[in-house]
Design a protein. Structure first.
Length: 421
């Protein structure tokens, strides 16, 4: 198989097989070396094709159902789905059809179905452009859609789904005083760059002038507002965007994460940007120390990141969320013990579920009477007062900023510990 486009398509189909058949996250597949044999450009194309297919999966299936009497085996179905999405995106029909037929023909188990792939995709190619846009925006699976509708209402969830379908642009956080690459300045200070880009080729990458970080993910460190010389702990620090922000604010930063591999990325980014922090690989629940300020970006369902990780609703089913919610509570209670009197704790999760945000803060306030919510900490440029919740946290959702391309879903709250006396 010499055609690089076909190799990328075959790798994309493999990723789809793993996500939809084995319920593995794409990040797990990539970490296991799924695309290591591909050239850098082909690797990027395979990922993009798989992500585009996941975003448009419902539409692809609706178009295929008209031409299939029964579902073919998953690898063949995924080849068809990918073909439909590419056709809908304007790819030349002969190239797409020939690639999918070749990929199917080379399969020992499913090669006999190459004729089916050829016939179905040729039929779909006739009416793809006309019918694709008439189909509804793909919906979240029921296991996730139902609790989100209960929390935020059907209209808001429909807006989130539109943001998920559109996908996410590249957001950058600038080092103080640095010049931004060409892009759109967002109200909160991030810079957004639309369209496919090679991150390492952007102006200022080598000089360490900025780092990649969704605009919503940049807000927790702004809320914490670390001061020069303060002892600040970044719990669950990897991949490190918040660590870089805290270090750039002049704080004495300790960054902790349980993953050695992920902490290597933090070290690489610190080296690139010329910023400094003490890095510790360890369990957040076992860490000891006393800090003026703590940022806890707790492990969570990551349901707020679907616009950039559309594999999540297909790889997960919500069954592990209860354990995550329990862990968040334990981490919050431990962070409280590490906080000096008068100190502040910013708790955040990239989740859309109130149980991982608003409810956790309400329970902390009930458990620790000397904690209070610092609403004033949320008074930041670009933060809409309507995003502030009843208990005093900040609720961010993908359907916000629709005219700008949305943002990740996040929950952020700043808690202050009373001073002694």
């Amino acid at each position: 198989m010499n055609d690089t486009a076909t190799r990328a398509r075959q790798s994309a189909i493999y990723l789809l097989d793993q996500i939809l058949g084995e319920h593995r996250l794409m990040s797990e597949c990539l970490a296991a070396g799924a695309l290591d044999r591909l050239a850098v450009e082909d690797r990027a194309r395979a990922q993009r094709l798989a992500l585009d297919t996941l975003r448009g999966l419902e539409r692809a299936d609706r178009m295929l159902n008209k031409h299939l009497q029964k579902k073919p085996p998953l690898p063949v179905l995924n080849a068809l789905r990918l073909g439909v999405v590419e056709l809908a995106g304007g790819e030349a029909a002969h190239g797409v059809v020939n690639s999918m037929v070749e990929i199917t023909a080379r399969s020992r188990r499913h090669g006999r179905l190459k004729g089916l792939v050829n016939a179905v995709l040729r039929k779909v190619a006739v009416d793809t452009s006309k019918h694709w846009e008439l189909l509804r925006v793909p919906r979240l699976p029921k296991w996730l859609r139902a609790p989100l509708v209960e929390a935020w209402g059907a209209e808001a969830v429909a807006g989130m789904e539109r943001a998920h379908f559109t996908g996410a642009a590249l957001d950058l956080t600038l080092k103080p005083g640095a010049t931004a690459p060409d892009g759109a300045a967002l109200p909160t200070g991030s810079v957004r760059i639309d369209g496919p880009v090679q991150v390492t080729a952007l102006p200022g990458y080598g000089a360490g002038d900025w780092w990649v970080q969704d605009a919503a993910a940049a807000l927790p460190a702004m809320v914490l507002a670390a001061q020069p010389g303060e002892a600040v702990l970044d719990l669950c620090a990897a991949p490190g965007g918040k660590t870089l922000q805290l270090a750039a604010q002049g704080a004495d930063v300790t960054a902790l994460d349980i993953s050695e591999a992920r902490m290597r990325r933090v070290r690489e980014n610190l080296d690139r940007t010329g910023l400094s922090a003490d890095l510790i690989v360890g369990d957040a629940l076992e860490h000891q120390g006393r800090y003026d300020a703590i940022l806890l970006d707790a492990p969570c369902s990551a349901t707020g990141t679907i616009r950039r990780h559309p594999d999540l609703p297909f790889a997960k089913d919500g069954s592990e969320f209860g354990e995550l919610i329990e862990l968040q509570g334990q981490m919050l209670a431990h962070a409280y013990k590490l906080l000096k009197p008068g100190g502040r704790l910013v708790y955040c999760t990239c989740s859309l579920l109130p149980d991982e945000g608003e409810v956790q803060v309400e329970e902390m306030l009930a458990q620790f009477p000397d904690l209070s919510v610092d609403r004033a900490a949320l008074d930041l440029p670009g933060v809409d007062p309507g995003w502030i919740t009843q208990e005093g946290g900040l609720r961010l959702r993908p359907d916000y900023w629709p005219e700008r391309g949305g943002m990740d879903g996040f929950y952020i709250a700043c808690l202050r510990k009373a001073s002694r006396g």
